[in-house]
Design a protein around this ligand. Structure first.
Ligand SMILES: [Cu+2]
Length: 163
């Protein structure tokens, strides 16, 4: 018993470490896919970590379901006004490119009201997303004066890139 618990812990830790280091494809709803208005998609999100770089994979029949990205107000009321962004296909891949709260729902019939909806919080992707810019100022000061204009130009370019 203790042995299997330890093994489980070890496995879970390894999975968590692995997922922290690599982009993850999250199949929305797991084995259910994006097909079942009775499935609890909110519950599905609860043991998951979503990070910038990960993908959401919506697997569904586009004659029966669709996917809307909503804001919190529309999400809470299951409203799909014209102009709201809907994904087109049958196996839609959503690239999570920015951190923050995201809301998704099915806009067919009353699926959203029945629970075919979920919200996630996308986390910034760890330390690699915020690399400390190299400290060029100290380097520039230590370099010889003849490199001054070149350094200034490089600094300007760096400032432009990192702005
Ligand atoms: Cu649906």
């Amino acid at each position: 018993m203790a042995c299997s618990a330890r093994f489980l812990f070890l496995t879970t830790s390894m999975v968590m470490l692995f997922s922290a280091a690599t982009a993850v494809d999250h199949i929305v709803g797991g084995d259910q896919g994006w097909t079942n208005p009775e499935f609890n998609y909110t519950e599905w999100t609860q043991d998951k970590v979503f990070q910038v770089g990960d993908n959401l994979l919506f697997k569904y029949d586009n004659t029966k379901h669709n996917v809307f990205k909503l804001n919190s107000t529309l999400f809470n009321s299951c409203s799909f006004p014209a102009g709201t962004e809907s994904l087109a296909g049958e196996n839609d891949v959503v690239h999570l490119t920015t951190p923050g709260r995201k809301w998704y729902a099915c806009g067919i019939n009353d699926h959203c009201l029945r629970g075919m909806k979920f919200a996630i919080t996308v986390l910034a992707n760890g330390p690699s997303s915020a690399p400390a810019p190299p400290p060029p100022s100290s380097h520039a000061l230590s370099s010889s004066t003849s490199y001054g204009p070149l350094m200034a130009a490089m600094l300007a370019v760096a400032a432009f890139i990192f702005a």
